[in-house]
Ligand binder design. Sequence first.
Ligand code: PMP
Length: 435
Amino acid sequence: RAQHDESADELARRERIFAAAQERYYAHPPQIERGWRHHLVDTTGRAYIDMVNNVAGLGHGHPRVAEAAARQLRTLGTNSRFLFRDLAEYSERLLALMPQGSGLDTVLLVNSGSEAVDLAIRLAQAATGRRTIVALREAYHGWTMASDAVTTSAYDNPFALETRPDWVHVADVPNRYRGTYRGDDTAGRYLDDLSADLAALDRDGRDAAAFLCESVLGNAGGVLLPEGYLAGAYERVRAAGGLCIADEVQVGFGRLGSTFWGFERAGVAPDIVTIAKPMGNGFPIGGVITSKRIADALATQGQFFSSAGGSTLSCRVGLAVLDAMVEDDLQRNAENIGARLADGLRALGDEHPMVAVVHGAGLYLGVELVRDRATMEPADAEAAAICERMRELGVVVLTTSERSNVLKIKPPLCLTAQSADQVVAMLGRVLREGW
Ligand code: PMP
């Protein structure tokens, strides 16, 4: 009771000083005090399995990162205008993660995914001398003016149709599950439509500077692109003189298991890659990786500098995160535990028609809930109720998609088999018992 009052007070305090648009989870959220590996602990000492915090990719409270940050804070804090070893070291380590021969040889460091997308757009426009950015429907790319302009999900940007700047062109999303064309073998039809869009832009004198998308449809619930779509899209955009931007903020950095980056699943290399979330394991780091030719075009717009982007602290933390990812073998864990989790979740679908499909790969999964598999009516209220009940049972899982009917699974990559099994068992229990 006392605990309930305490979190209610904290909630009221926050609501008083927060903007109405600022998001929060749960009607009655627990008050979180601590995190350890893939667990969250509330002020009563209750532990939850955390299926949400993809920013804490290594797991909460990773000692290696904490020690690196503490040591750096005591030693030196300055910015990228100075010469210090960690900046080049970190940039080289990031570049080494890019595919051989991709020409991705230059790094710009910022502090968040929104900034990275913003900068990627500026780079593409500067390098091509064109303005139009082609973005896919149903996507989230950030909150800054430019990254919000290419955020097309009706949930995140409901007023966009009226207010979207004229330099954004929204193309159809190749959602193989609920898009215009459905099924695995749909890339060709989506690509025909994209070609028609590019031709229309050309006719209107609005040629594409760049095509921007996530390599797995994150906001839609981890929906994998139809086979051949990304390669075909990149080919068409490049033939039209545009650049290709992969937003890997959410799906990249080892989370998909089988590949480090989402675009590698499609066997392509973008011209510009945006990265952020797990780079600092909670410390804010973002970046843009591109070719020197494209990066140098920014000089036409003056100098570039970010006060904290590429600082001594963010480089040190970034290096510690990369080391820990290797040491803890997290990409492989994402692949193995992700496969086990997906199998368990899919098996729930055999028993419960509401569990229509499990999207995604590795530890980036989406459990799409419907009222009727034939009509695919989104089970949004059910999904919200399931999340509340799961929280009571000790699992933090939340919804995504424009329809809020997909349980999004994006835990720290150190998730164990035991916890994965527990999550499946708890979801099975909630589906059986009702909520
Ligand atoms: N791009 C994608 C694909 C994202 O998912 C997000 C964040 N959800 C962003 C960009 C923006 O990142 P940030 O919140 O760090 O600004």
